[in-house]
Ligand binder design. Structure first.
Ligand code: PLP
Length: 465
């Protein structure tokens, strides 16, 4: 198919972008000087840019395009819904068919008694909802002081003031007065970077025990909830040791702390089950959802809430909501996305076809001289770049320098992989085929080879002291 040419030349688009468009998580001046990559269209697992390149999207956009690009059914549903009812709110004792149908479907898919959905426009908004909901829950139960939410360093829960505070990203906390009060961060279960001489198993338990220490330090009567991603995504796909979650669950149960599983990435098939909580054996009271809920075709997020919490919250007026809570077009598109996931047996494809191929390819990169550990669960994996495998050494230069170089080599080879500091991350569309996975493997290895040569030539393969 020829490149679509009914747009301005790339250089003019880049100049306009630089003049008017402020990009998220970007050094604007630096990007303006360089010029942004312009993506024009996409199909399946491939992106096309304004220069005619075909780029393999190893990240499913931002971890969200689970069914792949170009599914016309979602466009048709959106157009139909816009003609029927483009907007109405769900405030003021009102509802509409798409919101009803989607909540019913989500309740059916969610485990246990997670039967209620509060809609938001995004994952950030949903976690803001959760923060207010858990505090309101305890206040209604006569414990207004039970308000602290415990989270983890290097967690990602969104970028609004509330969700950014819940998250544990130091670079985000450094700007704009975050975190807000009442949020406590314990260490993350990142064995590769922080495990020292402990075994993975010992380390998992010791990191989980920090939750107990924090609860006892602040007092059980002060702690409302613990929030965590089943597997940290934006933190670099940190897969916790197997000993971690059982211990966390035990502690939450023992001290009567609500457990919020942030399923924004893990939900809707990413880990091989409908939810990451099922893969990791977690029983949360609330799940945050977004991204894969609509495969990114429409902005929508929400909180899936268990019977008990929903009942308590429903006993009074919850003074909270968004204009676009349960937006009919977004809800209809999400429902169509879930229909495709179910009727096309995408989870079976993940478990039986894509996952085995992806794991084999990914672990196959472990013999590369630049690669430390390779870890992967379901369709989300990461690998650590290191100047010295055996000692799990970090680079002497600034963290993220090697990762950035590797990401640039990936782009140069028409592959999107993300870097989080010096970890390379992969999270492709769930519908990816074994041939496409093999192609990711070839491009990734070429990128790693080129990065290795660059680092070597620049005398940058030095371990930190
Ligand atoms: C992306 C993400 C969010 C934030 O979602 P937005 O839709 O970007 O607001 C929250 N939690 C996790 C785990 C995420 O990956």
């Amino acid at each position: 198919m020829p490149a679509i040419t009914n747009h301005l030349p790339t250089s003019e688009l880049q100049a306009l972008d630089a003049a008017h468009h402020m990009h998220p998580f970007t050094a604007g001046g630096e990007l303006a000087a360089k010029g942004a990559r312009v993506i024009t269209r996409a199909n399946g697992v491939f992106l096309h840019d304004s220069e005619g390149n075909e780029i393999l999207d190893g990240m499913a956009g931002l971890w969200c395009v689970n069914i792949g690009y170009g599914r016309g059914e979602l466009a048709d549903v959106a157009a139909r819904q816009m003609r029927e009812l483009p907007y109405y709110n769900t405030f003021f004792q009102t509802t509409h068919v798409p919101a009803i149908a989607l909540t019913q479907k989500i309740a059916e898919l969610a485990p246990g008694d997670l039967n209620h959905v509060f809609f938001a426009g995004s994952g950030s908004e949903a976690n803001d909802t959760n923060l207010r909901m858990v505090r309101t829950y305890w206040a209604i139960k006569g414990k207004p002081d039970k308000h602290i939410v415990i989270s983890r360093k290097n967690a990602y829960h969104g970028s609004s003031v509330g969700s950014g505070s819940l998250g544990g990203m130091t670079a985000m906390h450094a700007q704009g007065g975050l975190p807000i009060p009442g949020i406590v961060h314990i260490d993350q279960p990142n064995w590769w970077a922080e495990g020292g001489s402990m075994s993975r198993e010992e380390f998992g338990v010791s990191r989980a025990k920090q939750l107990e220490v924090a609860i006892l330090e602040h007092g059980e009567d002060k702690v409302a909830a613990f929030i965590a991603e089943p597997i940290q995504g934006a933190g670099g796909v940190i897969i916790p040791p197997e000993t971690y979650w059982p211990e966390i669950q035990r502690i939450c149960d023992k001290y009567d702390i609500l457990l919020i599983a942030d399923e924004v990435i893990c939900g809707f098939g990413r880990t091989g089950n409908w939810f990451g909580s099922q893969t990791l054996g977690i029983k949360p009271h609330i799940m945050t959802i977004a991204k894969g809920l609509s495969s990114g075709y429409q902005p929508i997020g929400g909180s899936i809430v268990c019977d008990e919490v929903a009942e308590v919250i429903g006993s009074g007026e919850f003074n909270h909501g968004y204009t676009y809570s349960g937006h009919p077009v977004a809800a209809a598109v999400a429902l169509e996305n879930l229909r495709i996931l179910e009727e096309e047996n995408v989870l079976d494809h993940v478990r039986d076809v894509a996952m085995p191929a992806l794991h084999e390819m990914w672990h196959g990169l472990a013999d590369h001289p630049l690669v430390g550990e390779t870890t992967i669960t379901g369709m989300m994996g990461s690998l650590a770049l290191t100047p010295h495998k055996d000692s799990r050494a970090k680079f002497a230069m600034d963290a993220g320098t090697a990762g950035f170089m590797c990401r640039e080599r990936c782009f140069a080879n028409n592959l999107v992989m993300r870097h989080v500091y010096d970890r390379m991350v992969i999270s492709p569309p769930l519908i990816i085929t074994p041939d496409e996975i093999a192609e990711i493997g070839r491009r990734a290895r070429t990128a790693l080879d080129e990065c290795y040569v660059q680092l070597k030539d620049g005398d940058m393969l030095k371990p930190a002291a």
